[in-house]
Design a protein around this ligand. Structure first.
Ligand SMILES: *[C@@H]1O[C@H](CO)[C@@H](O)[C@H](O)[C@H]1NC(C)=O
Ligand SMILES: *[C@@H]1O[C@H](CO)[C@@H](O)[C@H](O)[C@H]1NC(C)=O
Ligand SMILES: *[C@@H]1O[C@H](CO)[C@@H](O)[C@H](O)[C@H]1NC(C)=O
Ligand SMILES: [Zn+2]
Length: 492
């Protein structure tokens, strides 16, 4: 009898010892995050892109393969520790298959296509004379009805200068004035032309457009001014159709379901490339954090991971998620961490937060500075998946290392591949993410309550309004100083 009691006590002792070993601590968790494992994930994502036409974009097979890759871990291998669900949603898929502008002497002209560019008649495209829209002032060119006074565009291709107002606004007015299409010339010289979007909501309201270099546009404009006929051909072959896509939401089985700490990264790339920094880097960090987390017990809060779909098409997946949460579900999310582009080759360690981010910025800064990294602070813009969470008032923070040159010259390009990662930056950021998560998994001290919003995000209109609000704020911010690295949804 006595012996049994001793045995039981010993057993109890040893099980306590095991449990103590498995208690989640920041130091242990940080050590679990290893560069080689992050490399392994990104090697796989890069291969997925290579095997699927060079990208992992919304509506493309590479996205589906990326989804399967994450599910193979979250759902299959770690299914005993995490509950995973795949959230489907629809969005308009768009792709320009071919675009050509042929000049008056039959010459091929450099041209780019915006997102949601409607197709011309095929196979020949539109061959027509150009008509100039001569007004070009501080209110832009072709932006307002009165700027079209005296322009007879019927049956013609309108030649318009880019800038000031949305490209789609110019195209709508061109259509109203009878133009068959638009040749839009860039406002800056050269062939490095940023790709704008017309916005999925303009389908059916615009005419086809080709965006050409400033030099070519000015040359044609001068010829029109000297009363010459300038006949050109515009050919656009494009598709746009509804396609289904998915978010992955996966959470720890353990932890209080009323106190959820959430981390998100987008799983899709742009059509142009593999998206290894944007946002394979964030995807890898989350997967490694999940992989490490499954070994631990003894944290009171539930940890929820999100891999978002269709971010590059306008934050579609994350906005779908946040706009479909009930008030009660939204209240349970105590904090949201966003990781998008955290391994830029020339990293600029930036923390985006607002006055509702609580202790988050402090947690990141303390660790990053201890690693000898210089940290920059900024606000939110419309650049990534935090928008939906900020809009519903969930305390939110984002970490990123810069998009576009000099930070990431391969941003949204084919060269955003395995060579486009600063491995130490990615590792230190993933470790910062791991440590901050441990703190919040144990304690929500320093985290403000959710700020209830007056905006109605249950409706399409509500989402559009809140988006417009954020777009306006970002616009304002970019006039002050250009800290908004990401030109998502460039419309002008
Ligand atoms: C997506 O569209 C398809 C086809 O129109 C429809 O069957 C499906 O229910 C839609 N899914 C969602 C989540 O709305
Ligand atoms: C037309 O555009 C395609 C790409 O959109 C390009 O490959 C091709 O060289 C262009 N010119 C002609 C004459 O097809
Ligand atoms: C936080 O920012 C919002 C909007 O920028 C402002 O309305 C609010 O007063 C601020 N709150 C605090 C406590 O500073
Ligand atoms: Zn991104």
């Amino acid at each position: 009898m006595k012996l049994t009691r001793i045995t039981l006590a010993a057993l109890r002792l040893s099980s306590t010892a095991v449990a103590t070993n498995n208690i989640l601590t920041a130091d242990k968790f940080e050590a679990d995050i290893r560069t080689e494992e992050l490399q392994n994930v990104l090697w796989n994502l890069n291969k997925i892109a290579r095997d699927n036409g060079g990208n992992r974009a919304f509506g493309e097979p590479g996205f589906r393969a990326s989804l399967d890759f994450v599910l193979e871990r979250a759902q299959k291998r770690f299914g005993d520790r995490f509950d995973t669900f795949v959230q489907p949603f629809n969005h308009t898929y768009d792709k320009t298959l071919r675009i050509n502008v042929t000049g008056p002497a039959g010459e091929d002209v450099f041209v780019i296509s915006p997102m949601y560019n409607p197709a011309t008649p095929l196979p020949g495209g539109i061959t027509a004379g150009l008509v100039d829209t001569p007004v070009d002032d501080e209110r832009g060119s072709g932006c307002f009805a009165e700027q079209w006074d005296g322009v007879d565009a019927t049956g013609k291709l309108a030649l318009i200068k880019r800038g000031v107002c949305a490209v789609a606004d110019k195209l709508k007015l061109a259509k109203e004035h009878g133009a068959l299409g638009v040749i839009l010339y860039n406002q800056e010289p050269g062939t490095s032309i940023a790709v704008p979007t017309l916005g999925a909501e303009t389908i059916g309201q615009t005419v086809p457009v080709g965006i050409i270099p400033l030099e070519v546009g000015e040359n044609w404009r001068a010829r029109l001014a000297s009363r010459a006929d300038v006949v050109v051909t515009l050919l656009v072959d494009s598709i746009s159709e509804t396609r289904e896509t998915w978010n992955i939401i996966s959470e720890t089985k353990q932890g209080d379901p009323n106190k959820v700490v959430m981390l998100g990264a987008h799983l899709d790339s742009v059509q142009k490339g593999a998206g290894i920094n944007d946002d394979g880097s964030g995807v890898a960090a989350l997967l490694e954090i999940m992989t490490a987390l499954r070994r631990y017990d003894g944290f009171p809060h539930k940890i929820r991971f999100a891999w978002w779909g269709a971010e590059e098409s306008g934050l579609v997946g994350s906005l779908y998620y946040t706009s479909h949460l009930s008030e009660a579900e939204a209240d349970k999310i105590k904090y949201y961490f966003n990781y998008d582009m955290i391994g830029s080759p020339q990293p600029d360690f930036s923390i985006a937060s607002n006055n509702n981010s609580g202790i988050g910025p402090e947690l990141f800064e303390e660790y990053l500075v201890s690693q000898g990294v210089q940290v920059r602070h900024g606000g939110f813009d419309t650049g990534s998946d935090y928008v939906g969470f900020v809009n519903i008032g969930v305390p939110t923070i984002a970490l990123h290392t810069g998009a576009g040159a000099p930070w990431d010259a391969c941003y949204h390009q084919a060269c955003d591949d395995l060579d486009n990662i600063h491995w130490e930056a990615l590792t230190v950021n993933a470790k910062a993410a791991a440590r901050a998560l441990v703190r919040m998994a144990h304690s929500l001290e320093g985290v403000p309550p959710r700020q209830k919003t007056s905006l109605n995000l249950r409706t399409r209109r509500g989402v559009a309004e809140s988006f417009a609000k954020w777009a306006a704020m970002a616009e304002e911010a970019s006039h002050g100083h250009s800290c908004s690295h990401k030109g998502k949804k460039l419309r002008v």
